[in-house]
Design a protein around this ligand. Structure first.
Ligand code: DP6
Length: 374
């Protein structure tokens, strides 16, 4: 017989960035980070994990394509999960010896890979959670986050919904480097996100090698991890607990800029933002200036796509502005554009829309879910 379990896991976008490793094999970071989990209605990975004595080898299918399971990262995750299962089996001999069966993992994203969104976080979170469910391991998300972390650092934060912190820890074996909940979705359910997918032809420096280069060569980086991030970590948590968008937004934008600054300070420099990204940054600052307070905040990962966070209360204005400049891009069908304010910012390049290929309108969301879909 075939044993199986299906789960879904979300994408998360950091508002305080993880950039730099103190241990490359275990994905132990040089700083703690904070993220917002996005809604799985719009962005999620669905993974089914199966085990059977009839399977000949471990297999992974990603969006219908057979992928290699050989990477050290995937092996680290599978190894940890099998070990936990075999501990259970040795305590209870009525349990089927699933730890000795080969695994078949089938994984699918509900968003186009072409959207250029990092899917490794949702992917590893779903993989770990699906196998944990299949193996009937205790559902302690912080424990599971330590396993997902070995797959991809940022994946550990996708084990929780709402607002999530990845505490860097200081043990060499990584046992205290785990994700924890800062606040659930219900604490601030009106937080929204608009993702502007920016067209880009050049290939980015992958985050793993980019981080290594920054750690090795940037002087500014030492200041970031020792002075800037530790203080910002506490302040950002507090701004979330206070639902203080003004503060939360400012810290988010400052941290995105700080991360891109240490990339530029690497030698040779690493560029993730392009001209369109920079125009979006200016647009958001002009909007906030016009309003006299921060109602929208941008953040950029290791690529040119912008994620704009805002509170629903300001939706007409924030989306109104974005709609003025990007109304011809795909993705507006979800919004009632007749309700948006007609906002325009003087002096803003009307050609800015040319660099954006689609918009994804979404919001804060829940952590991984067990599902019967497959
Ligand atoms: C800029 O988690 O993709 O998105 O641990 O090497 O897999 P690895 O890196 P990854 O890096 C994410 C970097 C970031 C910031 C963040 O998500 O915190």
């Amino acid at each position: 017989s075939v044993y199986s379990a299906s789960v879904t896991a979300p994408v998360n976008i950091a508002t305080l960035k993880y950039w730099g490793k103190r241990d490359k094999e275990l994905n132990l970071p040089t700083n703690s980070s904070i993220s917002v989990t996005l809604s799985q209605k719009d962005l999620r990975t669905l993974t089914t994990a199966s085990a059977s004595s009839t399977f000949k080898q471990d297999e992974l299918y990603l969006n219908g394509k057979l992928e290699s399971l050989e990477s050290a990262r995937t092996q680290a995750c599978l190894g940890d999960l099998r070990k936990l299962r075999s501990e259970l089996e040795s305590q209870d001999d009525k349990l089927e010896k699933l730890s000795q069966f080969k695994l078949r993992i089938v994984s699918e994203n509900n968003f186009p890979t072409a959207a250029g969104l990092a899917s490794s976080a949702a992917g590893f979170a779903a993989l770990v959670y699906a196998i944990a469910k299949l193996y009937e391991l205790p559902q302690d998300m912080s424990e599971l986050s330590k396993i997902a972390r070995k797959g991809s650092g940022s994946a550990c934060r996708s084990l929780f919904g709402g607002f999530v912190a990845w505490e860097m820890g200081d043990l060499e074996n990584g046992q205290d480097s785990k994700a924890v909940e800062v606040a659930p979705v219900e604490h601030w359910p009106t937080l929204k996100a608009a993702i502007l997918v920016v067209s880009d032809d050049k290939k980015d420096t992958p985050s793993t090698s980019g981080m290594q280069a920054t750690v090795k060569t940037s002087d500014l980086f030492q200041h970031r991890i020792k002075e800037v991030v530790p203080q910002r970590f506490d302040e950002m948590k507090q701004s979330i607990l206070n639902k203080d968008f003004n503060k939360f937004g400012e810290l988010t934008m400052r941290d995105s800029n700080s991360f891109h600054a240490v990339c530029l300070d690497s030698y040779p420099p690493i560029f993730y933002l392009n001209d369109t990204s920079k125009k979006i940054i200016k647009l958001i600052h002009k909007l906030n200036e016009t309003e006299g307070e921060i109602i929208a905040a941008y953040t950029f990962d290791a690529g040119p796509n912008a994620v704009i966070y805002y509170d629903e209360a300001n939706e007409a204005k924030v989306l109104g502005l974005i709609h003025t400049y990007f109304n011809q891009v795909d993705g507006w069908s979800k919004a009632d554009t007749s309700k948006l304010s007609k906002l325009e910012i003087e002096g803003t390049d009307p050609e800015i829309y040319k660099g954006v290929s689609r918009i994804i309108l979404t919001e804060i969301g829940q952590g991984p879910q067990i599902t019967t879909e497959s």
